[in-house]
Design a protein around this ligand. Structure first.
Ligand SMILES: CCCCC/C=C\C/C=C\C/C=C\C/C=C\CCCC(=O)SCCNC(=O)CCNC(=O)[C@H](O)C(C)(C)COP(=O)(O)OP(=O)(O)OC[C@H]1O[C@@H](n2cnc3c(N)ncnc32)[C@H](O)[C@@H]1OP(=O)(O)O
Length: 193
């Protein structure tokens, strides 16, 4: 299969500023711990995605998603919704770890370019592309079986910065104490950039 293209739409879709990485953001080479043990993307969850992420150079976060039989849609192929989930995790990890601004996914679009078979590993490279006030734009490519393997998916996400009360009010009141990696304390976040 030749390199796939899709219609080019402007990205980010609005004027943005370059992302400012948090001074205490983990540096290149850092292997990121799961952010929450019960997270379907990175936690210790039965049949979860069990993703692991590492910070790369130049503001890229690399994540791996090992695709198993538990992740099928069509026989032998990964389910598209779970692939989108993997990108949500990878993009969220880039935003959360590099910017340390509490944010949630507002919009996620995924281009599915090639099927992803069971037994392969998806290598995702995610970056933060720009920031417009509370809006944080991030994108990622997913490569089959190696960091420079064929591109199977591309995704773009809008993350919207929220107050920490978003997690404690809408989720678990003890949410912040349950996050297992930095930033987990109020003072670890860039709340008023
Ligand atoms: C969740 C993880 C956090 C963990 C933190 C812990 C540790 C961090 C460390 C590392 C993190 C590592 C990994 C993270 C991994 C995974 C991340 C997964 C993330 C998720 O899985 S998270 C769940 C799914 N997510 C939701 O559960 C959101 C539900 N939703 C809402 O809670 C609201 O909807 C909200 C807050 C989004 C906005 O509500 P709001 O009232 O605060 O603000 P408003 O509506 O005004 O939007 C403000 C501006 O965004 C524009 N905007 C908004 N949505 C748009 C859209 N769809 N399309 C185009 N533009 C949009 C508006 O147009 C406006 O733009 P403008 O300012 O220009 O007018």
């Amino acid at each position: 299969m030749s390199e796939k293209r899709r219609p080019a739409t402007p990205w980010p879709p609005v004027e943005t500023e370059a992302p400012r990485f948090h001074p205490e953001a983990p540096g290149p080479g850092t292997e990121l711990a799961m952010h929450y043990a019960e997270c379907f993307g990175c936690g210790d969850v039965d049949n979860g995605l069990h993703m692991r992420s590492t910070v790369g150079d130049g503001g890229v976060v690399y994540s791996k998603f090992p695709v198993t039989r538990a992740h099928q849609g069509a026989p032998g192929l990964a389910h598209g919704g779970l692939l989108a989930c993997a990108f949500d995790e990878a993009l969220g990890s880039a935003v959360g770890n590099l910017l340390r601004r509490p944010a949630v996914t507002g919009k996620l679009e995924t281009d599915f370019l090639r099927p992803v078979p069971v037994g392969t590993t998806l290598f995702i490279a995610a970056r933060v592309d720009g920031v417009a006030g509370r809006k944080i734009y991030a994108s990622a490519d997913g490569h089959l079986d190696s960091a420079d393997g064929p591109v199977a998916l591309r995704a773009r996400g809008l993350f919207v910065q929220v107050g920490l009360e978003h997690f404690t009010n809408h989720g678990d009141p003890d949410a912040l104490s349950k996050f297992t990696q930095q930033p987990r304390r109020r003072e670890d976040w860039d709340i008023n950039p």
